[in-house]
Design a protein around this ligand. Structure first.
Ligand code: MIC
Ligand code: SF4
Length: 641
């Protein structure tokens, strides 16, 4: 039987397990990346493992999320990451060099290699034919130490592309179309492989927009073939030698095939507050727009920026719109400057922000109260922009630029001729903002510098046989890690200070949760389906651990978050019958007995001592996961080995 592209890469990197969907497998990891908001924790964990030098082919530490430095906290964390990277053999991408996924694609990604990153949008690398996964910091720390990465062997979806995108329709619309088809849960348990004749019409940055947003489907990852377009991109980056062709076998078997005719797509947008709430731009043309933000790891390539500049050229943005543009990397920014496109953007009235995540993670540029914000980003979760009642729409760079001119949501086809752009064959290469690590002889003398904002990790709590605890919080479906552990300018500086961060846990849902949980000592959370979707931040597990959360019971879980829960030693359990969710009420006293045995058989009974209900729960842990839970999480488990 033939193999898919992903299966070929998995086969080459398989260390443990069998390539049977649903079974746990362990993969060798070639490259890792971290960003600063999750990186400080990942490097503290790497230090805790006690290995002196990374064992990967390449590991890069990026600073891109938390670049406001509105106090000593971020700057201290950056200095810590810079020093720890220098000591342990990791390259350091300085603040201002760009967003991790954009820079990694430009400078380091290689077809056929495996990559894990402490950021959920690491699958951006699938645009260049990498098998790239978002993961929690602990998993990245273990991979840097030469350890394997465990996943459940996914099923395969093939998206068969035909035709060619029409003028004013772009890769973002392909992402939104697949979200319309599959929803934010539809990719869970799958790798999405993009194929068909239509693939040839898409450049690597366009493919990367699509694999980037595959994360919003809940997919394990997404991948494109490596072909002539990949070779051309690598050649433009001056590294054609990194090219290897990759395609699926003609008789490869997919669990599901979805056809998309690129020629039939129209400009789309995702309405508040979910990336799968899709409408046509033409349906919302009465909606007044207050703010437009262009950038993020989804849409900040040179192609996207040149297109925006061409649309804005010689025009002026609408008086009631505030427009921000953040180019994805120093490479993109300097090329925009050289060709004059930057001047066109500035002249039209854009506010140019640094090459970083910026407004995407609420680091500045929050909309005004109830403001309508059009963003070329990948997530529009409630409150993520920093303004709780903002109405955030996800759009293509074309819709964003067009709407910034008119002040209304605008189907860009209204603007007439699609302005031509030329993406050069050779990009401007300048890697001065990537610092090399010390060589092995010098490394011992490098001092790791820790600021006072770095607080110890919360204590592990090995699983006990009986847990009796109150239900301190009951939440609904599609709870994101942004709900569990919000980010934004006021909170993000405390990512290495779990006690402080804990004050904000679930504050979007219930401002009193943190206090209540801390008071209870031990507690249980109940959630709906797709619990923990979105960001890879392991803080959404570490902080509940600190607050005493021992168990999360949900209808279903998102992939990275469930791994993070187990990694921190919190027990994730699912309802055998999802309707039983209704039987539990916040404040109820719950009890689970015989847990050490029950997690092996997969049959767990929850007793609601308040109303006497007995509720059957399930779990399906591998032996490794059981050992981790019994040890109190991945770090204790690894140390024990
Ligand atoms: C995000 O887009 O939500 C983030 C911020 O990049 C996160 C990582 C984090 O929370 O630091 C992600 O996607 O994993
Ligand atoms: Fe940064 Fe936003 Fe991309 Fe996350 S989604 S890595 S915050 S640009």
């Amino acid at each position: 039987m033939g193999l898919t592209i992903a299966q070929k890469i998995i086969k080459e990197h398989l260390i443990e397990g069998e390539m049977v969907a649903g079974q746990e497998i362990a993969l060798k990891i070639d490259q890792t990346l971290t960003q600063d908001a999750t990186g400080t924790m990942a490097y503290l964990e790497f230090e805790a493992i006690g290995i002196s030098r990374v064992k990967t082919e390449l590991s890069v530490a990026y600073i891109d999320h938390n670049t406001l430095q509105s106090g000593f906290e971020n700057a201290d964390d950056h200095r810590y990451i810079q020093s720890v990277a220098r000591k342990h053999g990791i390259r350091f991408s300085r603040p201002g060099n760009g967003i991790c996924h954009q820079v990694h694609l430009e400078r380091f990604g290689k077809p056929g290699k495996t990559l894990i990153g402490s950021d959920s949008h690491t699958p951006t690398g699938g645009g260049i034919g990498m098998l790239a996964f978002g993961a929690g910091g602990m998993d990245v720390a273990v991979a840097m130490g030469g350890g394997v990465y465990h996943i459940t062997m996914p099923k395969m979806i093939k998206v068969n592309l035909t035709g060619k995108l029409s003028p004013w329709v772009s890769a973002k619309d392909v992402s939104l179309e697949i979200l319309r088809i599959l929803s934010v849960k539809g990719g869970v348990g799958y790798i999405i492989e993009w194929g068909g004749e239509g693939v040839k019409t898409l450049s690597v940055p366009e493919r990367a927009t699509i694999t980037n947003m595959g994360t919003e489907l809940g997919a394990t990852t997404s991948i494109f073939p490596s072909d002539e377009a990949t070779r051309a991109f690598l050649a433009a980056e001056g590294r054609e030698e990194d090219y290897t062709p990759l395609e699926s076998d003609p008789d490869a078997v997919y669990d599901r095939v979805i056809d998309i005719d690129l020629s039939s797509l129209e400009p789309l947008l995702a309405c508040p507050h979910s990336p799968d709430n899709i409408k046509k731009a033409s349906e919302l043309s009465d909606m007044k727009v207050d703010q437009v933000c262009i950038g993020s790891c989804t849409n900040s390539s040179l192609r996207d920026m040149l297109r925006v500049a061409a649309i804005l050229k010689g025009k002026k943005i609408h008086d009631s719109v505030s427009l921000s543009i953040s180019p994805g990397s120093k490479q993109v920014l300097s090329m925009l400057a050289d060709c004059g496109a930057l001047t066109d953007m500035i002249a039209a009235g854009a506010r140019i922000l640094e090459c970083a995540c910026g407004p995407c993670i609420g680091m500045g540029f929050s909309p005004h109260s109830a403001g309508v914000s059009l963003r070329t980003f990948n997530r529009n979760f409630e409150g993520r922009s920093g303004t709780k009642d903002a109405q955030v729409y996800l759009v293509s760079p074309e819709i964003a630029a067009a709407s910034s001119l008119t002040g209304y949501i605008t189907d860009p086809r209204m603007l007439g001729d699609y302005p031509e752009i030329t993406v050069p064959d050779a990009f401007k290469i300048n890697d001065t903002a990537v610092l090399m690590p010390a060589d092995e002889n010098e490394a011992a003398d490098v001092e790791v510098v820790r600021g006072p904002n770095i607080k110890p990790l919360p204590d592990a709590r090995p699983l006990t046989d009986t847990i009796t605890a109150p239900l301190t919080l009951k939440v609904g479906d599609n709870i994101t890690t942004d709900h569990i552990m919000p980010a934004g300018a006021k909170i993000l500086p405390y990512r290495s200070n779990i006690p402080y961060l804990s004050k904000f846990c679930f504050s979007v849902c219930d401002e009193n949760f943190a206090e209540r949980a801390l008071l209870a000592g031990n507690s249980i959370i109940v959630g709906g389906s797709n619990y923990g979707q979105g960001s890879s931040r392991e803080h959404a597990a570490l902080v509940p651990l600190y607050l005493g959360v021992r168990i999360v019971v949900a209808k279903s879980f998102a992939r990275i978050h469930v791994a993070n829960l187990i990694n921190t030693g919190i027990l994730p359990l699912t309802f055998q019958n999802p309707d039983d969710y209704e039987k539990l009420t916040e404040g109820d006293e719950l009890e689970l007995c015989g847990l050490t045995e029950a997690i092996k058989t997969g049959e767990v009974t929850l007793t609601d001592k308040t109303n006497g209900e007995k509720i059957p729960l399930t779990c399906d842990f591998s032996e490794r996961q059981i050992d981790m839970l019994l040890a109190g999480g991945l770090l204790k488990y690894t140390a024990g080995k």
